[in-house]
Design a protein around this ligand. Structure first.
Ligand SMILES: CC(C)(COP(=O)(O)OP(=O)(O)OC[C@H]1O[C@@H](n2cnc3c(N)ncnc32)[C@H](O)[C@@H]1OP(=O)(O)O)[C@@H](O)C(=O)NCCC(=O)NCCS
Length: 251
């Protein structure tokens, strides 16, 4: 993993295999055609249905149903289970993982969604996190001062204003992807620090409050579609990432 990825997303091969140093990252459109919502939605568990019913807006409800059913469909391709048979359990801060009832305990995953686009990262035996944000106008310099470390803020602040927006989202997604990998989520925001790649690739330099050796974690930055920025964080180095498309609207 090195340079930011803005290349093609391929259709998955018929026989999907995932070796130990591999990561599959899937891109999916959450605005599924109406005809697919009902069959996809039938794969959800009771608690997922209950969550779906709590959304105020119909569009958010549909996107949640799509997000969870696509997650189940993707995972079922690696497991000897139907999408509806997959059971999840949740960490102390809400990170979903496969429950003990699933056949392949080594499979690790994380997902992120923003507007109509979702990313799903799948790997084996390593902590993994992904974060996607649809770019929008924000007060980048002020937000960086409030939420980033002094070193990170200095990087954003030194950029010309037209670069600050993208740089803010790159750094934000990088930090959030790392926090999602550990399962802490936003609660660990002050315990993670990254160097934003200008001439060198973006790197994690601190996580859980501890300094990191350069090869202990990998960061891959992505432009998954025009107007979106995303980051993938994974334990380890020399990892091979494949970019797969689940229903192909963005090509
Ligand atoms: C996880 C978190 C960073 C997500 O931020 P976000 O940008 O709004 O959302 P994203 O789209 O990137 O990610 C959401 C997905 O991440 C996963 N997720 C939820 N909590 C997670 C966590 N702690 N770590 C990693 N992944 C998590 C879920 O799959 C969720 O999607 P889904 O529920 O629709 O399937 C944020 O919600 C958070 O910090 N949550 C923790 C809150 C907490 O501490 N709760 C304690 C009581 S449960």
């Amino acid at each position: 993993m090195s340079e930011p990825y803005d290349g093609a997303w391929s259709s998955p091969p018929q026989n999907l295999s995932l070796s130990d140093n591999e990561i599959h990252i899937w891109r999916a459109n959450l605005d599924l055609p109406a005809v697919l919502i009902s069959p996809f939605g039938q794969t959800l568990s009771t608690d997922e249905w209950q969550r779906a019913q709590r959304f105020h807006f119909e569009r958010d409800r549909r996107r949640f149903i799509a997000g969870r059913s696509i997650l189940r469909t993707i995972l079922s391709r690696y497991l000897a289970l139907a999408p509806s048979q997959i059971e999840f359990c949740y960490g102390p801060h809400g990170k979903p993982s496969l429950a003990d009832t699933c056949s392949e305990q080594s499979l690790c995953f994380n997902l992120s969604h923003s507007a109509d686009l979702a990313l799903y990262a799948v790997t084996r035996d390593r902590q993994i996190g992904v974060d996607i944000e649809q770019m929008r106008r924000v007060e980048a310099e002020q937000l960086a001062q409030r939420f980033f470390s002094p070193r990170e803020y200095a990087v954003i602040n030194a950029l010309p204003p037209e670069r600050q927006q993208t740089a803010f989202f790159q750094l934000w997604t990088c930090k959030e992807a790392a926090l999602k990998a550990t399962g802490k989520g936003i609660a660990g925001l002050d315990q993670v620090e990254a160097s934003l790649g200008v001439e060198k690739p973006t790197q994690l330099i601190r996580l859980n409050g501890d300094s990191l050796s350069l090869d202990s974690w990998s960061i891959q930055q992505l432009t998954p579609a025009p107007g979106y920025v995303a980051s993938l964080a994974a334990e380890g180095h020399d990892l091979k990432v494949s970019y797969l498309s689940f229903l192909n609207r963005y090509e």
